[in-house]
Design a protein around this ligand. Structure first.
Ligand code: TXD
Length: 316
C-alpha cells in the first residue's frame, strides 16, 4: 500500500475474468475487492475463498461478494466483466444487444454508487462497450478505459520470446487498434532489450507472430471449448488497476476515447496511454506507417458500425 489507505476495487461480474482479476488485485495488495454478480451465492462464495487464500499468500486485504450494487460505494476503480461471451449460433448483433443491456444496467449503478470511480471495461465487443459505458456513465472520457491491448501485447511478447528463446521479460511490444481480428500489432515497436525484432527475425516469422497474436483469443477458445481466456485477461485488468490506484504513470496500450488523436474522433481504439490516478492522463501519439494507420482506421470503422448497431437497437 503506498499511503496506508485501503483502496476499494469493484469487480462487476464475478465470472472467470472478474474473479481472476480480483485474485491478482488481492495478490498484488492493491486493495479490498468487492465481487458483484447477478448470480446469488457465487460472488459470496468466491470472495470467501479469495479472502481465505490471504493468510497463505500473505495479503491482508479482504474480498466481499454481493448481489447488491450498494456495496460498491466508495470504490476507486470498477472493473466491468459482466456479460456473456459469444456462444455458437449467436450473431454479433445478438451479443451486442445482450451485453449492451447488461452494460447499461451496470453503468447506471456505477454512476449511482461510485460516481468518482475510474471504470475499466473488459466486456466484449470491447471498444463498442467502452463507448456505450462512456455515454451511460456520463463520466469524462479519461475515466472510462478499456482493457485489451495489454492482453494482446502480452500474448505477442510470449510468442516472440518463444520464437527467439529469450526471456519474456526482455520483450516489449505494442498492439493497438480494436480488440479482434482488426488489431494492429506493431513490429517496429517490438523489441528484445531494445533491439527491434525486425532485425532479429525474417519477415515471414514476424508476420506469423502477428497473425497468431490476432487469433490469440480464438486459439484458447478452441482448446477450452467451454469459454474464453481468463488468466492473462485478469492479470491485464489488474495491471491497469495497479497503475491507476498507485498513480504509477505506466504507459500501456488501452482502449481510450479518441478526440482527434491518430486522426480519429468520437470513437474508442487501442492506443498507448499513460495511466495514473485520473485514469488516462495522456494519450501518446506515435509514428505509424501508412499501412498501420490504415489498419487503425479500419478497426475504428468496425467499432463505429458496432456503435451504429447499438443505435439501431435503441440502446444508445
Ligand atoms: O480482452 C478482453 N477485453 C477480453 C474480453 C478478454 C477476455 C474476456 N472478454 C470478455 O469479458 C468476454 O467476451 C465477456 O464478454 C466478458 C467476461 O468474460 P468471462 O470469461 O469472465 O465470462 P463469464 O465467466 O461468463 O462471466 C461473466 C459474468 C457471469 O458470472 C454473469 O453472471 C455475470 O457476468 N453477469 C452480470 N454481473 C453483474 N450484472 C449483470 N447484469 C450481469 N449479467 C451477467
Amino acid at each position: 500500500m503506498p499511503t496506508g489507505k485501503r483502496f476499494k476495487i469493484a469487480c462487476i461480474g464475478a465470472g472467470n475474468v472478474g474473479s481472476t482479476a480480483a485474485q491478482y488485485c488481492l495478490d498484488m495488495e492493491l486493495g479490498d475487492v468487492v465481487l458483484t454478480d447477478v448470480v446469488e451465492g457465487m460472488p459470496q462464495g468466491k470472495a470467501l475463498d479469495l479472502t481465505q487464500a490471504g493468510p497463505v499468500r500473505g495479503y491482508s486485504n479482504a474480498a466481499i461478494g454481493t448481489n447488491d450494487y450498494k456495496d460498491i460505494e466508495g470504490a476507486g476503480v470498477c472493473v466491468i466483466t459482466a456479460g456473456l461471451p459469444r456462444k455458437p449460433g449467436m450473431t454479433r448483433l445478438d451479443l451486442l444487444e445482450k451485453n449492451g443491456r447488461i452494460i447499461t444496467d451496470v453503468c447506471e449503478n456505477i454512476a449511482k454508487y461510485a460516481p468518482e470511480s475510474i471504470v475499466i471495461v473488459v466486456t466484449n465487443p470491447l471498444d463498442v462497450m467502452c463507448y456505450l459505458a462512456l455515454k451511460k456513465l456520463g463520466f469524462p472520457p479519461h475515466r472510462v478505459i478499456g482493457m485489451a491491448g495489454i492482453l494482446d501485447s502480452s500474448r505477442m511478447r510470449t510468442f516472440v520470446a518463444e520464437e527467439l528463446g529469450v526471456s519474456m521479460e526482455n520483450v516489449d511490444t505494442m498492439v493497438l487498434g480494436s480488440h479482434g481480428d482488426d488489431m494492429v500489432p506493431l513490429p517496429e515497436y517490438t523489441t528484445v532489450s531494445g533491439i527491434p525484432i525486425t532485425q532479429l527475425l525474417p519477415k515471414d516469422r514476424v508476420d506469423a507472430i502477428m497473425q497468431r497474436t490476432r487469433k490469440g483469443g480464438g486459439e484458447i477458445v478452441a482448446l477450452l471449448k467451454t469459454g474464453s481466456a481468463y488468466y492473462a485477461p485478469g492479470a491485464s485488468a489488474a495491471r491497469m488497476v495497479e497503475s491507476v490506484l498507485r498513480d504509477e504513470h505506466q504507459v500501456l496500450p488501452c482502449a481510450a476515447y479518441l478526440d482527434g488523436q491518430y486522426g480519429l474522433k468520437d470513437v474508442y481504439a487501442g492506443v498507448p496511454c499513460l495511466l495514473g490516478k485520473r485514469g488516462v492522463e495522456r494519450i501518446l501519439e506515435i509514428k505509424l506507417t501508412a499501412e498501420e494507420q490504415g489498419m487503425l482506421e479500419k478497426s475504428a470503422q468496425e467499432v463505429r458500425s458496432g456503435i451504429d448497431g447499438l443505435k439501431e437497437l435503441g440502446i444508445l
